[in-house]
Design a protein around this ligand. Structure first.
Ligand SMILES: Nc1ncnc2c1ncn2[C@@H]1O[C@H](COP(=O)(O)OP(=O)(O)OP(=O)(O)O)[C@@H](O)[C@H]1O
Ligand SMILES: [Mg+2]
Ligand SMILES: [Zn+2]
Length: 437
């Protein structure tokens, strides 16, 4: 039977939940029955839990595991290793357990549903130890619904456990949050995810190389479900070996080599070539906002390459890409990179909202090339006097001889005086502005 990877690999015990160690540890302590360990013996199952975190990071899976752990019939007490075989465990997996109610608040947000649900909390569980209510997407509940729930959560029957799951905790009333034991699920670390996906690929006989796995993880930004869905799609392509190119093709993210070319062209002020790349990307079905945010992210990497060329690990770029980026960074001035990032950031809203995102992106690419040109005043200098005249324009309060003295004392940057001059003049300018301020 065909089963999508993200369902086939849904974790069934807490030990299989990856990247959420802090949560797993606390839950294991909460579930373990009283006994010889006094600290744990004092723990009791809280009446309400709140699982908060981004999409596809394990909230629903963990809620179900929690339900199984509390109700598994293979042991006398709640267990951290639910058997998966008993009626209760099977029922929960199949969403048919009488004691476990899963409610998708996004489609049932009305107070009637909640009142009905609350009325069932009076009855003892049928086969398990607890009656468990998993409320998914709970931020969608109406305020009336929350009102109705509040009383029950404050004073719940002993056998009742609520597990609220949400991706938008800011929409959950504070009165509720403060009455729940809260767990923050996070995006999983890229390294952890790479290891996990490699194991899944091996298990499934999917032939994907290591850079391919990295490309998946990066394009999905640490979200496990997205990674598994993408790996699934890639495995259906029927290619001999899955490489980053396939990943880029399918994932809608912008290939790193395109970002490199865009960045290099910006440095050279080659506008037409960049507009062509943009056109091609869009024809390939890449979304303008994704192109925009990839470029912004890449310029931030460029900033790292410029200022800390030994710190590749901050950027998550491939070694090869990184080395090229470090080379390109030498064509950029630090201030230009900063100004370019600032310009891009200021366009964020336009790129997101506007139907004309593509036009804005074109306009921004053109402007970015201008930032580059403006900031290179020396392109027009032929003699030393040209440089000094430019300095005089920026620093009118300095005399010719003072300027000449500064010029003569310059330490060249990579053997060149002009960039060092620009840097010095800008520094002096800043100082005099600070003094007059
Ligand atoms: N922490 C994790 N460990 C292992 N697999 C995970 C984890 N998180 C997500 N997955 C994978 O993603 C799938 C979906 O996870 P789950 O439904 O638990 O996410 P969720 O946080 O509830 O997401 P949503 O907010 O979209 O409801 C799982 O079936 C599993 O394959
Ligand atoms: Mg969920
Ligand atoms: Zn069981």
């Amino acid at each position: 039977m065909y089963q999508p990877l993200h369902l086939k690999y849904r974790p069934q015990t807490l030990n299989e939940v990856i990247g959420q160690e802090h949560i797993v540890r606390t839950l294991i302590n909460a579930i373990l029955p009283g006994g010889s360990h006094s600290a744990i013996a004092l723990q009791k199952i809280a009446p309400a839990y709140l699982f908060n975190g981004p999409k596809g990071t394990g909230k629903t899976s963990t809620a179900r595991i929690m339900a199984k752990s509390l109700n598994c019939q293979s042991t006398q007490e709640p267990t951290t290793k639910p058997c998966g075989e008993c009626n209760s465990c099977k029922g929960i997996t199949a969403s048919s357990s009488l004691d476990v109610t899963e409610l998708d608040a996004a489609s049932n947000s009305g107070v009637e549903t909640i009142r009905e649900l609350i009325s069932t909390t009076q009855f003892a569980p049928v086969e398990g130890r607890y009656k468990i209510f998993i409320i998914d997407e709970c931020h969608a509940l109406s305020s009336q619904s929350w009102q109705a729930l509040l009383k029950t959560i404050e004073n719940p029957p002993r056998h009742v456990v609520f597990i609220f799951c949400t991706t938008e905790i800011h929409k959950v009333p504070e009165t509720i949050i403060s009455r729940c034991q809260k767990f923050d699920f996070r995006r999983v670390g890229l390294e952890t995810l790479v290891q996990y996906l490699s194991k899944v690929a091996q298990n499934e006989n999917i032939n994907i190389n290591a850079p391919g796995i990295w490309a998946i993880v990066k394009s999905c930004g640490g979200f496990i479900r997205n990674c598994l869905v993408l790996l699934d799609q890639l495995s259906n392509l029927g290619v001999d070996e899955i490489t980053p190119n396939w990943v880029w093709e399918l994932s809608g993210i912008v290939p790193e080599h395109d970002l490199l070319t865009l960045t290099e062209n910006l440095a050279k002020g080659e506008v037409t070539a960049n507009l062509q790349i943009l056109q091609d990307l869009i024809e390939y079905g890449k979304n303008p906002f994704v192109i925009y945010s990839s470029l912004t992210g890449f310029l931030k990497d460029l900033l790292v390459a410029k200022t800390a060329p030994d710190n590749r690990q901050i950027t998550q770029l491939e070694e090869e890409t990184w080395l090229e980026l470090v080379t390109i960074s030498q064509m950029w001035e630090l201030t230009q990179i900063q100004a370019s990032i600032a310009l891009l950031m200021s366009r964020q809203q336009l790129m997101r909202d506007s139907e004309a995102a593509k036009l804005w992106l074109e306009a921004t690419l053109i402007e970015l090339s201008n930032i580059k040109e403006e900031k290179q005043p020396w392109t027009n200098w032929k003699t030393i006097q040209d440089a000094i005249n430019w300095g005089k324009e920026q620093l009118p309060h300095l005399s010719q001889s003072e300027l000449e003295r500064h010029w003569n004392n310059l330490t060249p940057i990579k053997g060149k005086k002009a960039p060092a001059w620009v840097q010095l003049v800008q520094e002096l300018q800043m100082k005099s502005q600070l003094q007059t301020a």
